[in-house]
Design a protein around this ligand. Structure first.
Ligand SMILES: NC(=O)c1ccc[n+]([C@@H]2O[C@H](COP(=O)([O-])OP(=O)(O)OC[C@H]3O[C@@H](n4cnc5c(N)ncnc54)[C@H](OP(=O)(O)O)[C@@H]3O)[C@@H](O)[C@H]2O)c1
Length: 261
């Protein structure tokens, strides 16, 4: 299938590891030129070098997406270095494992910034260009928590729903400009981010084997996802073929979400 992605320009936030990296890698494999960021410069540069091996242009900058000024500058530099933008994949680190009573005002504000405002701000940065060229793809990496709350992930369960509401509203506003806006909702995928959740639960007394066995038993496909499982959907949503899919929130969870719709 020719995805039509060769020489398209994609900005992928938080992409030195995990799901963001897999998304960027799969877009690079389709011939997309990339702008990527993450906080740790050494890891980011290693990842950028891997992508460059696919023969695409890569602009990488060490940026904390929670910092509005730094994010704005990164978006502007990305557009300048790539010579435009066609695709935006929003992503950031995931909130910590907490129950409601463990939360506090300061963390609510921080995770609101990271989970929601980075999406708002990065979309604002690309919108004038996408509208002007009458073509664009915006894909937000959220979580299966937008379909069903995940135990003790209160910040994710609450704040990511704002991203879903934003994307659906934008899909209506931006459809006339041939811009699609969709969310992908990953279930359990093996990344450093997931390992942090495992570690937290092990500190509370569970064994690694029990944690994974419990997840795998609940997942109809009987396995934890690999980052590439999610990336395949992101590439498809970015492709020409997905031009009539917008305002959707699609889970990639091995069948974990129990609802019919
Ligand atoms: N893996 C899963 O099973 C799963 C399931 C559902 C939802 N999710 C969500 O998907 C997102 C990605 O998860 P993941 O598992 O891929 O995480 P990960 O393995 O921890 O990777 C996160 C990536 O984002 C970068 N990053 C984190 N915070 C950042 C910030 N403030 N500014 C810039 N870059 C930042 C990290 O690099 P630096 O640390 O160097 O910045 C790294 O490249 C998270 O929001 C997570 O909650 C994951």
């Amino acid at each position: 299938m020719d995805t039509g992605l060769k020489d398209k320009k994609a900005i992928v936030l938080a992409a030195s590891k995990g799901l963001g990296k897999a998304a960027a890698q799969s877009l690079a494999a389709e011939g997309c030129h990339l702008a990527i960021c993450a906080r740790n410069e050494e890891q980011l540069n290693k990842t950028a070098d891997q992508f460059k091996a696919s023969g695409v242009d890569v602009f990488a900058s060490a940026v904390d997406v929670a910092n509005p000024g730094a994010l704005k500058q990164f978006m502007e530099q990305s557009i300048e270095r790539l010579g435009g933008v066609d695709i935006l994949v929003t992503n950031a680190g995931g909130p910590p494992v907490k129950s409601f009573e463990e939360t506090n005002e300061e963390e609510w504000r921080y995770w609101y910034e990271v989970t929601f405002m980075t999406v708002v701000r990065s979309i604002k940065s690309v919108l004038p260009l996408l509208k002007k060229q009458n073509w664009g793809r915006i894909i937000n990496i959220t979580s299966i928590s937008v379909k069903a709350p995940v135990e003790r992930l209160i910040y994710s369960n609450a704040l990511r729903l704002a991203v879903v509401g934003l994307a659906k509203t934008l899909s209506i506003e931006l459809g006339p400009f041939n811009i699609t806006v969709n969310n992908v909702a990953p279930g359990y995928h093996l990344t450093d981010g997931l390992e942090r959740i495992v570690k937290k639960r092990m500190e509370a007394g569970e064994t690694r084997e029990d944690i994974f066995a419990a997840w795998e038993n609940k997942i109809p496909m009987r396995r934890i996802g690999q980052p590439g499982d999610l990336a395949g959907l992101i590439v498809f949503l970015a492709s020409e073929q997905a031009g009539y899919i917008t305002g959707a929130t699609i889970q990639v969870d091995g069948g974990l979400y129990p609802g019919t719709l």
